[in-house]
Design a protein around this ligand. Structure first.
Ligand code: E4P
Length: 187
């Protein structure tokens, strides 16, 4: 299983760059850093040689695509993170046709992952911690996501996200998830 660090903090990323295979950021993590978004992403790409997810803020498909294009030009490793909404899926289709990789985030069910994979997402990010918080079983959901994508041989990779503790990492590995993205403190 690949391990990504879920952080936009350059010190944290430098500290574990020797270990991780990629990086995921989100708007809340980037906002904490008080540096321009594009510059933060560019710096992360210089530290870690692997996929670096940068999330769009727009809610409407065309605007997401317009935001995504310049982000994708920052570095070949940039992956555009798009929310799991109808507009997000429309944006994924367009970005895929332009050869831009996407990570569909905020996935809370296997059906959502199926839709994202069918639209051509390179990655899907099921949120285990958030599902656990709402009284469900995040890992049961991840198992269902893996089963559905494997049944049809989708090339989409599954990033287990919203990881809160080491047990989540073990359970993701036991299920055969492609990747877990893990906060610095948990790693
Ligand atoms: C993943 O890419 C997300 O950044 C992340 O895991 C968010 O999870 P959280 O907001 O529940 O911590």
């Amino acid at each position: 299983m690949k391990l990504y660090i879920d952080s936009a903090n350059l010190d944290e990323i430098r500290d574990l760059a020797w270990l991780v295979d990629g990086v995921t950021t989100n708007p809340s993590l980037v906002a904490r850093e008080k540096a321009p978004f594009e510059e933060t992403i560019a710096q992360i790409c210089r530290i870690v040689d692997g996929p670096v997810s940068a999330e769009v803020m727009s809610l409407e498909a065309d605007a997401m695509v317009r935001e995504a294009r310049p982000l994708s030009r920052i570095h070949p490793n940039v992956v555009i993170k798009v929310p799991m909404t109808e507009d997000g899926l429309k944006a994924v289709r367009v970005l895929r046709s332009e050869g831009i990789r996407t990570n569909v985030t905020l996935v809370f069910s296997a059906n959502q992952a199926l839709l994202a994979a069918k639209c051509g997402a390179s990655f899907v990010s099921p949120f285990v911690g958030r599902v656990d918080d709402s009284g469900g079983s995040g890992m049961d959901m991840v198992g269902e996501v893996l089963e559905v994508l494997q049944n049809y041989g989708f090339p989409t990779e599954v990033i287990v996200a919203s990881v809160r503790h080491p047990r989540h990492v073990f359970e993701a590995a036991a299920l055969g998830a492609d990747i877990a993205t893990v906060p610095h403190a948990v790693l």
